[in-house]
Design a protein around this ligand. Structure first.
Ligand code: F3S
Length: 395
């Protein structure tokens, strides 16, 4: 990979051992993936923030890195961690876990990352269309590429962190316009009846895409929160980092797609996905907000929960970002009047909810349904937003 004279100096250690290590990571990655050069990025979004998934190895690595003087050179944000104050109390987390999580967060802060602790950083700090980013967190990557029109590969935690420190990323993959063309047409021959069917469709598209960028046809008029969940589902069903949807507002390409392979998906296929991912038992806990709830979802929840009471034996957790929670106190108040809890900074997939001694959770997120059994040993019942509210409230 070609390096400028300044980049060579960083690689030679002239800027200190921290930047040198970050540059070594980027150069190694760029060489393996065939990048010709590094390009500047507008921001980095780093995953591996929860102590539950990152563990002691991350603490040791970050300690070393911060002692080496590594500092973020561009705006860098953090994915969710393992708990907020409320979840800490609800889960009765032991002091060792609480302390370890705090240490991890403060190390990231020392390196210069902002304590955003959300998988929807784009609601607080929206990237510009066409800007280059180095984002980890697959759901945020697919949103950035497909909805915002920015350019990012699906980074891992170390490469996103290295890119944050250098302020650059190797120029390959989705940073190159020639790699942003669709490779598969997906025709949905039905109108999803709710967000769950839409997101299950996304999960199936993810599994079918096999490294290509899908172009979804036949679905129109999706709102932002539906697109957010659609991308997250595609990214968990497969390695999708970008999609197109045949809709004027999202069209960003002009080349013909006539010769592409076409896959047709019907409602029965999607119902099958929901059944495969979903348990039928009654849930012990209900949660929504994977990815973190947008304002639109908070508004819908406030309406759905008006005059309702959440069961005392079945907690209802609404996950969102601290930024959105603090910006919309009346919505939070309306939701919590029902007994639901709005939690921030964390998500159920990277927290320790199994400590509640529960076995089944209900949610509307196929991504959570895919990951929770492996990460927490819990069964998941999939239900749409309205059904989640019903499950949380009715006896
Ligand atoms: Fe976000 Fe956690 Fe889901 S990071 S996308 S809420 S698994």
């Amino acid at each position: 990979m070609y390096l400028t004279r300044d980049e060579e100096r960083v690689l030679d250690g002239e800027a200190g051992p921290g930047p040198q290590l970050a540059m070594q990571i980027l150069v190694k990655l760029g060489d393996i993936l065939g990048a010709e050069k590094l390009i500047p990025i507008a921001s980095a979004h780093v995953s591996g923030i929860s102590y539950k998934t990152a563990g002691d190895a991350a603490i040791e690595f970050l300690k070393e890195l911060s002692e080496m003087g590594a500092k973020a050179a561009v705006m860098a944000t953090m994915n969710p961690c393992g708990f907020d104050e409320r979840l800490r109390d609800l889960l009765r987390l032991p002091t060792e876990i609480v302390e370890a999580q705090r240490e991890l967060l403060s190390l990231y802060e020392t390196i210069g990352l902002r304590r955003t602790l959300t998988c929807v950083p784009y609601y607080e700090l929206r990237p510009r269309s066409s800007s280059h980013l180095a984002w980890a967190e697959s759901s945020a990557v697919v949103y950035a590429n497909s909805v915002v029109g920015a350019c990012t590969n699906r980074e891992g935690a170390p490469s996103a962190l290295a890119a944050a420190i250098i302020g650059k990323t190797p120029d390959y993959g989705l940073h190159r316009p020639e790699n942003r063309e669709p490779g598969l047409r997906v025709k949905a021959d039905f109108e999803p009846k709710d967000e769950l069917e839409l997101w299950a469709l996304g999960f199936l598209i993810g599994a079918l895409s096999k490294g290509t960028i899908p172009l979804l046809e036949g679905i129109r008029g999706l709102s932002d929160w539906e697109l957010k969940g659609l991308g997250a589902a595609m990214a968990s069903g497969g390695m999708v980092a970008m999609f197109y949807i045949q809709e004027p507002s999202l069209k960003r390409r002009s080349k013909s797609t006539r010769d592409l392979e076409v896959v047709e998906i019907g409602r029965a296929d999607v119902v099958d996905v929901v059944e495969r991912l979903s348990a039928s038992d009654d849930p012990d806990l209900v949660f929504v907000g994977c990815p973190h709830c947008s304002i639109e979802e908070l508004e819908r929840l406030a309406v759905l929960l008006r005059g309702r009471k959440v069961r005392t034996d079945r907690p209802f957790l609404v996950c969102t970002s601290r930024y959105l929670r603090d910006a919309h106190p009346s919505l939070v108040e309306a939701i919590e009047a029902s007994g639901a809890l709005v939690v921030v900074d964390t998500c159920m997939v990277v927290s320790w909810i199994e400590r509640l001694g529960i076995s089944v959770v209900a949610t509307n997120s196929p991504k959570a349904a895919y990951y929770l059994p492996g990460l927490s040993g819990l069964e998941v019942r999939l239900a749409n937003l309205e059904e989640c509210v019903e499950l949380a409230c009715s006896r």
